[in-house]
Each structure stands twice: as C-alpha cells, then as structure tokens.
Design a protein around this ligand. Structure first.
Ligand code: FAD
Length: 431
C-alpha cells in the first residue's frame, strides 16, 4: 500500500490498491475487481485539487499511462485524447497541429479529466472554463459499461464537470481553436484605480486578471490579448524570466512566506515590497506559454465564482477583515472573469462571473481566513470551485446550481452503490 498526497499536502490517504490502467479495457476490468471486493474507486489526475475530491482509501487509478492524442479533425478542430493526458503534454501537441485550447488556467500539470471534472478555468470575459470545450467523452460507469456521451446524449450537461462522481472518464473530445499568440502586458497598479476602470479592463481585454496584495492598496494587473495573424513572437528574455518568475515569484516568495510565518507583523511590509518588486513587462508568445506560470511555493486555496457586480463589496469585506488585524495574509488575492456556459455543475453555469481566490502559505492554517471569505462569497450566491477549499453542502449548493438535483438524479441512476463515492462527495452531494 502506498500513500497518496495532493499537491498542497493537505490530503493524505493510503488506498488499498493503486493501479495504472493503460486502456479503457483495463479500467473496465479494474472496476469489476473493485466491485467484487466491495471497494470504492477514484481516478486521480495530478492531485492538484486542494479539496479531498480525489481521495480514496479503496482503489486509486492513475491514468498517466492513458496520455495519447488519439485523433484530430483538421476541418472542425476537434481532438480526441485519452483522459489522463496532462495539459502540459497536450498543449505542445496541439500547437504542432496548429491548434490550441481557447483558454487555460495558471498551471498545466493537471490531467484533462481532472481539469474538466472540477471546472478548471482561466480568465476572459467572453471565454469559458476548459470543460466548455468538451464536445464528447467516454465514461466507464460503475457497472463496467462504456458509454459514449456526445452533445445529444441526455447526460451531456452533467458529464464534463462531474466531480468524478459518475464514473471513470477514459477519453475526451475537445473543441480547439486555431493556435494563437498572446501579447502579455503585466504592470503594478493601485487597487482603487483597478476598481475604477474595472468595466473597461474586463471588457477591452481578451484575458484580464489582477492580483491584490492584502494589507496594501497594491495590485498587479495582467492584460493578455490575441495579436493579429502574422505577428512575430517576442518572448521574455531568459534572464527576465528567471528573475521575475523564478526568483521574485517563487524563490524569494518562499523565503518571504517563511519569514512572515515567524513574524506575522511584518507581512504587510513584505506585501508592499512584493507589490512593487514586479515591474511592468510586455512580451508575445504562444497562448499556452503566456497562460501558465511556475508555482513552486505550495499553498492552500479557496475560490468562488460570484456575479461580477459583487466584486466591490467582496473587496471591501476583505479589507475590513484585514483592518481588524486578526491575522496577516501573505498571498495575493487573485481576481478573474469568465462568461456564462451551459455545463450544469460548472461555476459558470448560465452566469457571467468574477472569480475571487484566497490563498494561504501551505504551512499556515487557513481555516479562519477561508471561513470569513466563504461567508462573504455566500452572501453573493458564490459558487465554490470544486477543487478548492470550502465547507458547503447540498442544502446551499442546490440553491446556486439550478441543475443540481438533475445531476444527483443521474448519479443515482449511474452509481446507485456509490462506487465512486468519498467523503468529499458525501459533503457536497449528500449520500
Ligand atoms: C498550483 C495550482 C494552480 C491551479 N490553478 C488553477 C487555475 O488557474 N484555475 C482553476 O480553475 N483551477 C486551478 N487549480 C485547481 C486544479 O486545476 C483542479 O483542482 C484540477 O481538478 C486538478 O486536476 P488534476 O488532474 O490534478 O485532478 P485531481 O485533483 O487529481 O482530481 C480532481 C477530480 O477529478 C477526478 N478525476 C480525475 N481523473 C478522472 C478520470 N479519468 N475520470 C473521472 N474523474 C477523474 C478525480 O477523481 C477528482 O474528483 C490549481 C491547482 C494548483 C495546485
């Protein structure tokens, strides 16, 4: 038996069996054996969820060997992949085909299945999370049936963001777009100025986000925009990349967090320095290189989607919390935007959103900070990211996800014995 931990080291389990299927047929066989032994099953991606959504003490499946790009259609731009392929493996293969995913989050180790199952998203007021690019998938259910779910299938609304509750996803068809370059512009800005020009920053950029440094009025603003076809790439110099992305954002940031943990009183000053240390920069590079940054300092995270109009009140609420001085927070707050989508359990379901993410250094206990932030988000019909920390259950979740009960009805049909159950699913979906 080997122990499994997630990326943030907050969840640790010891599955009875850890297996690495190489094919859909292997998954079918493994599910039959688990049913015979009465064991629960969980597929794992990269373990990049901050919640215990991927935890199991039964049979853990690592789909890392199921990482092939199986097929692509040059006319429609659709690609079929095995579900265990990571975004890091997929992106350059798409680029070689002249394709790209329309939008991505901050990092790329996640598997395609893991990313879509929790509703992983990036930023872009007219764009969606990764699951909205799913136009078909293959699911192995608890009974061992291999189900092809396309856009006309009755489960199509439920299958992409399924929290791992419906079965093991073995293949996914993704609607891609032609490969594109992004011009990245990153600069420090005062928080009041960001909030004042928010509507235009959100609407006038393809991908806009900002990081606000707690206890200060400093923010770092990122505006990424597509460039016209034929524009040459102008990537960051290697030295600048090393200084900004490795030294300041990771190496020195780790040291700052360790110091801040011993002496919390100086965290506001460290944040003020951090908010000024990253100077303005611009570069142009393939989309997937711009979206993704190295994240070597481990942290805990909670993130909620809220209606965009709620952002000023949420920022004020967080400012009040910091002003109370109950605790100091070293990690910036990340704010992103996406457009409404039709995926039932997507945080973006039929709502244009703003996402507010709070973080804490992995050695710090985030409980009281995250609980306060959650109370603010819930006041504004916040929908928690399924892979990030929250304490909500079906009573609340059914009020913010209009299709929640329909999703649960499909789960009852497809997994009546809860082969894919775990404590997290009992928390969010009920028994
Ligand atoms: C440093 C860091 C940065 C992040 N940045 C972002 C971001 O920018 N935007 C964002 O939205 N999220 C972000 N996340 C969260 C992350 O994208 C999600 O939690 C994602 O689900 C992790 O994917 P994974 O492959 O690690 O899946 P896991 O965490 O291993 O699993 C997640 C869920 O997917 C299920 N699953 C995995 N594979 C299968 C399968 N084959 N069939 C059925 N179910 C399956 C698991 O059972 C589990 O329920 C970040 C996380 C970290 C640690």
């Amino acid at each position: 038996m080997s122990t499994w931990t997630n990326w943030s080291r907050s969840v640790r389990t010891t599955p009875v069996r850890t297996l690495q299927p190489a094919s859909t047929a292997d998954v079918v066989r493994i599910l039959a054996e688990a049913a015979r032994d009465g064991l629960p099953v969980k597929a794992h991606g990269a373990g990049h969820s901050f919640t215990a959504i991927a935890a199991t003490d039964g049979v853990a499946l690592h789909l890392g060997r199921m990482n092939a790009l199986l097929d692509h259609d040059p006319v429609t731009g659709r690609v079929r992949v095995q579900a265990g392929i990571s975004l890091r493996e997929l992106n350059p293969q798409l680029a070689a085909l002249g394709l790209a995913l329309p939008n991505l989050g901050d990092v790329d180790p996640q598997s395609v299945a893991g990313a879509i199952s929790t509703g992983t998203h990036g930023t872009g007021a007219r764009l969606h999370g990764i699951a909205a690019a799913v136009v078909g998938l293959q699911l192995v259910t608890a009974s061992g049936e291999v189900v092809e779910i396309d856009e006309r299938h009755p489960w199509s609304g439920a299958a992409a963001v399924s929290l791992g509750a419906l079965g093991v996803v073995t293949e996914v068809t993704l609607q891609c777009v032609p490969a594109f370059l992004l011009h990245a512009r990153e600069e420090p800005m005062a928080l009041p100025a960001v909030l004042e020009s928010l509507p235009s920053l959100v609407e006038d950029n393809d991908h806009f986000e900002f990081y606000w440094f707690p206890h200060t009025e400093k923010a770092l603003v990122k505006q990424n925009n597509r460039v016209p076809d034929g524009t040459a790439a102008a990537p960051l110099g290697r030295l600048r990349h090393l200084v900004d992305d490795e030294l300041l954002s990771n190496g020195l940031f780790e040291i700052a967090n360790r110091v801040g943990r011993r002496a919390p009183g100086i965290v506001p000053r460290i944040n003020a320095v951090s908010g000024s240390a990253l100077s303005a920069r611009e570069y142009t590079a393939p989309s997937y290189e711009v979206f993704v940054s190295p994240r070597r300092v481990r942290f805990h995270e909670s993130e909620f989607a809220v209606p965009r109009a709620a952002l000023p009140e949420i920022i004020s609420g967080l400012q009040r919390y910091f002003a109370r001085g109950a605790e100091t927070v070293s990690f910036p707050i990340e704010v992103r935007f996406t457009a409404a989508d039709p995926v039932w359990l997507s945080t973006g379901y039929e709502r244009d959103n703003c996402y507010v993410a709070v973080h804490a250094y992995h050695r710090n206990d985030p409980t009281s900070y995250f609980a306060y932030a959650q109370s603010l988000f819930v006041e504004h019909e916040g929908r928690p990211h399924w892979g990030k920390r929250h304490t909500l259950g079906p009573g609340y979740l059914s009020t913010v996800y209009p299709r929640f009960d329909q999703f649960r009805a499909i789960r009852d049909e497809v997994d009546p014995e809860r082969r894919f159950g775990n404590d997290y699913l009992r928390q969010v979906l009920g028994d």
